[in-house]
Design a binder for this molecule. Structure first.
Ligand SMILES: CC(C)(COP(=O)(O)OP(=O)(O)OC[C@H]1O[C@@H](n2cnc3c(N)ncnc32)[C@H](O)[C@@H]1OP(=O)(O)O)[C@@H](O)C(=O)NCCC(=O)NCCSC(=O)C[C@H](O)C(=O)O
Ligand SMILES: [Mg+2]
Length: 355
């Protein structure tokens, strides 16, 4: 482990100084596209203003014989597109693949000044982050990149989950972590073939009724609750951001929204969108509802310095609820600064809320 004194030193001579805090930038949806798919890449300029993050995916879902074309396509798209204040991320190939090294070298050298975050799949422990950290510093120094490219890990192996705390704290470059439910299911030998979401077989059943005839209700349970909660805690403890990952049943927009909302309520700031239809779902879910924001602001206003206990509309408020309300209000402020429609919705709800 690095000495705390050295933690914020660049890992290569001439590399930019590491960040001391992860800047909070709206990232309600990380929109995946295959940069080697010309039809999809052509849509990027139109999609860019509608999403918080665009991610050029080089890993799974890009066939082995298309890896180089995807990498070249991402370089081309990044150079030709004005992303405005939409972030550009990439997901490189896994570190045990023959493509990861070339992905990192090419992308930092060619478009390092445009890349905000590099997502690293199948991270198993701090050693994977340390490898990428040093390599990025060397490449940034060589390419003259002036701000550090941040790193995002995907939690998608059982070993990664066991080491999630050390992954979250491995480097000041760590921006966040996403759950990768498909690879994680395979790694754990879970018996689901779905990409995220629930499973009808994972349930609890109510007790038998006295007559032993009436049907017993069942309640489907959340397969991902434990992992998301664990990931959220690790991220919060290290000041980085947690995300739900992909929801693979593109047609089931209702279940996608439910999965995203569970993650939002547990503390995640965003999710991946794999298809254009998932963009607005993520935008809706990961933006606090106007009524909740109005309530939060009302509590903050009523609580003065945030100490003591008061009753508002029959509900007890104290130092802790004041902090809960600050979480909601500060997220709303950050999102409203990027999203004028949301800003207007928040202002309207506040006007309608009696003091
Ligand atoms: C899932 C898809 C393969 C579906 O594509 P398609 O069959 O073409 O869908 P549609 O006909 O409904 O598409 C309508 C139009 O929209 C365009 N399109 C589709 N997806 C995107 C997109 N992501 N970005 C931009 N544009 C998109 C189509 O080209 C159609 O255009 P047009 O014909 O002109 O109308 C496809 O959506 C897709 O490939 N999505 C990305 C998949 C992906 O990235 N997967 C990897 C991430 S999930 C993962 O890796 C698992 C994870 O790591 C884990 O372990 O859990
Ligand atoms: Mg995966």
């Amino acid at each position: 482990m690095r000495s705390p004194k050295d933690f914020f030193r660049p890992l290569a001579v001439g590399a930019p100084a590491p960040v001391r805090e992860v800047p909070f930038r709206p990232s309600r949806m990380i929109h995946f596209f295959d940069p080697g798919n010309e039809k999809m890449a052509a849509k990027v300029p139109a999609i860019a203003p509608t999403v918080d993050v665009l991610l050029g995916n080089l890993e799974d879902a890009v066939a082995a014989d298309r890896k180089e074309a995807a990498r070249a396509g991402l370089v081309r798209t990044a150079k030709e597109t004005d992303f405005g204040d939409t972030q550009l991320w990439t997901r490189v190939n896994s570190l045990d693949s023959p493509w990861a090294l070339d992905d990192l070298i090419t992308l930092v050298t060619e478009i390092g000044d445009k890349l905000d975050v590099i997502m690293v799949p199948k991270v198993e422990g701090a050693q994977d982050i340390h490898y990428v950290d040093r390599l990025l510093a060397q490449l940034e120094a060589k390419a003259g990149v002036t701000r550090p490219i941040l790193v995002h890990a995907i939690l998608e192996t059982a070993t990664g989950v066991a080491n999630v705390e050390q992954i979250a704290g491995a480097s000041p470059r760590m921006q966040g972590i996403s759950l990768g439910p498909a690879d994680l299911a395979a790694s754990r030998r879970m018996k689901t073939t779905r990409v995220g979401g629930g499973h009808p077989g994972y349930l609890v059943r109510e007790d038998p009724h006295a007559d032993e005839v009436a049907p017993r209700a069942t309640f489907q349970q959340d397969l991902w609750h434990y992992t998301i909660a664990r990931m959220v805690d690790a991220c919060a403890a290290h000041g980085i951001l947690p995300y739900y990952g992909p929801f693979g049943d593109i047609k089931d927009t209702t279940a996608c929204e439910d999965q995203f909302r569970n993650a939002f309520l547990l503390g995640c700031v965003g999710a991946w969108s794999l298809h254009p239809v998932q963009i607005d779902i993520a935008k809706r879910v990961f933006s606090p509802a106007p009524a909740d924001v109005a309530w939060a602001r009302k509590v903050i206003a009523a609580m003065g310095d945030g100490t003591g206990a008061v009753m508002i509309d029959g509900k007890m408020q104290d130092d802790a609820t004041y902090k809960q309300c600050q979480v909601v209000a500060s997220l709303a402020d950050a999102l409203a600064a990027r999203d004028p429609e949301l800003r207007d919705a928040y202002a309207a709800a506040e006007k309608e809320t009696p003091a």
